[in-house]
Design a protein around this ligand. Structure first.
Ligand code: DX5
Ligand code: ZN
Length: 215
């Protein structure tokens, strides 16, 4: 059964409480919180202060996706804000191993995200140190984009690498997940489905989450 992680980027920021309550009363497993700095990605979203509000609104796992440069400057602030996990981008980290160790030492789970162009092979010598790989299935920065089909091939490759090394690393797919493509994503070997628009723009978000959960 997939872990469902709705992306709050697509929520209604004028009425976040309603959306948080909706998720709390649904079968959503995680809150996926997208942090953007306007440098690593061409958009700005929110930082630790808002993550802290989300933290207070739920007992669900807060999965924080950092689309920022120099994540080492903010890891502690996100820990204080209540993040359960920090996912950092390989493309944004010159010293990825050091960044991973920092996040772990702060007592959080750690994920590494790859942009669509980054080969999964590059994870070979770091896979044993992390809890999750986030494969971007769109170019990061915005919700509501279309799923890049080549991601399916990357999921299969990564799943093989994880199995070969007998590791317990989750594969999260982020971007363009829909009720139509979710099954092929799960069949390829994914564990976590992020869904922004598919959940929040649907007529009945709770039912959509339920449908994703039952894929
Ligand atoms: C994109 C973000 C995603 C995004 C997903 O940069 O990392 O989490 O909100 O939104 P959808 O599901 O609408 O593609
Ligand atoms: Zn994300």
């Amino acid at each position: 059964m997939p872990i469902i992680a709705p992306s709050l980027l697509s929520a209604n920021f004028l009425d976040l409480k309603t959306d948080c309550d909706m998720l709390n009363n649904s079968r959503a497993d995680w809150f996926h919180l997208d942090v953007m700095d306007g440098r690593f990605v061409p958009n700005i979203s929110f930082g630790p202060m808002i993550v802290e509000f989300f933290r207070k609104s739920t007992s669900k796992y807060c999965d924080v996706h950092l689309m920022i440069e120099e994540p080492e400057k903010f890891a502690e602030a996100f820990k204080k804000a209540g993040a359960d996990n920090l996912t950092i981008h390989m493309e944004a980290c010159r010293h990825l191993h050091r960044n991973i160790q920092q996040i772990k030492s702060l007592g959080m789970h750690v994920g590494v995200a790859l942009n669509p162009h980054t080969p999964v092979d590059l994870l070979k010598d770091i896979l044993q140190d992390i809890d999750l790989v986030c494969l971007m299935s769109v170019n990061p920065g915005f919700g509501g984009q279309s799923f890049i089909p080549h991601t399916i091939y990357k999921i299969k490759q990564l799943k093989e690498m994880i199995n070969e090394q007998l590791l317990n690393v989750k594969i999260e797919i982020d971007g363009g997940v829909t009720l139509e493509n979710a099954k092929s994503i799960m069949d390829a070997g994914a564990d976590v489905l992020v869904a922004g628009n598919t959940v929040f723009k649907s007529a009945d978000p709770v039912a959509t989450i339920e449908a994703l959960k039952n894929i």
